[in-house]
Design a protein around this ligand. Sequence first.
Ligand code: GLY
Length: 410
Amino acid sequence: MDGRDAVTHPAEVDVAVVGAGVVGLGIAWEAACSGRRVVVVDPAPGTGASFAAAGMLAAVSEYHYQEEDLLGLTLESARLWPGFARPLGTEAGNLSTPTLCVAGDAADRQALADLRAVQEAHGLGVRPLTVREARSLEPMLAPAIAGAFEITADHQVDPRRLVAAILARLGTGAVIRQRAESLVWAGDGARVVGVRLADGSELRAGETIVANGLGARELAGLPVPLPLRPVYGDILRLRVPESLRPLVTATVRGLVRGKPVYLVPRADGTLVIGATQREDGSDAVSAGGVYELLRDAQALVPAVAELELYETTARARPGTPDNAPLLGRVAARWAPGAADDGGAPPHAQDVAGLIVATGFFRHGVLLTPAAARICVDLLDGRADERWHAFRPDRFARVPHETHASYGRTA
Ligand code: GLY
């Protein structure tokens, strides 16, 4: 159906959220709690990156050098997590157990010490441990580990349980199991008024929030290109036999011959091991990835060899050029010539009715409460200056007119 022939309906919902992964559902949940009528659009909720994610809330241990802007957001979201999770009780599988960072050999110890120095320089709480202290906390750690430190602020949730808990609260009527094909624009080209679905129908909404991860690349009608790229990860799920429980109580993050690996113990006696980073374009589980994860996990916790490996999964994280999310409103277009000076383009008026929340890369689960808060603030007409650095149009340098031909209402 040509968008210009679309039937015009009055707004059916206050908010349409495209994408029912952890981030989209978190936003939908917060918006629903604010009293808005919310509908989520996704052909298969919770089956993308959220299905693979280990769920570490790792603002400190996943801090990377020169990501200070992102650190402000990750720390804010870590602060928001307990309040976000409270109405869900224990259903999201949240655990406030700490994180142990462990070095496989002397070179890994030096690399972790360098990371620790950067973390400490930002006032992040990091407690050095002797190997003996680390092994008294986690007796299954290998005697040969070369060093360790503890981060008490980094916790975990179970993303699959989180997805199920939010879906149950939103109710089946709040989820449309279809692909969103394109944004629908008002005739004046200044406002998004909903989304066109795969069956050709339109969902009309006062505000549309694009939160479908890498899927945003296929959503037609966005006013700016979103520089998303898939960064694949292999992730393993294992069952710990009764005789070995608890294998570990803390999340164990290690460096083994320079390669990162993490082991995340769940309350149900399972263990999640991740995660590789591949940009090879393949969403198939990599045999080499599985081999390396098991090899490196066993170097830190030898009894991993005795567990039952019951699931291997590969999914892509939505990466961005600066590893930070694309989060906020989007300017309609850029002034001519703004591309030449290399500086930030002057923003025209923001597109009304549209918010983008994607590109969360390694931090989707951690950043969910912050994304939800920021989106609901924007719905309320509040834009917190602190988060302008994450505007989805920050990489755009040229006018982008694609919206003119998509889903436009005459
Ligand atoms: N945040 C963990 C990962 O992306 O592998």
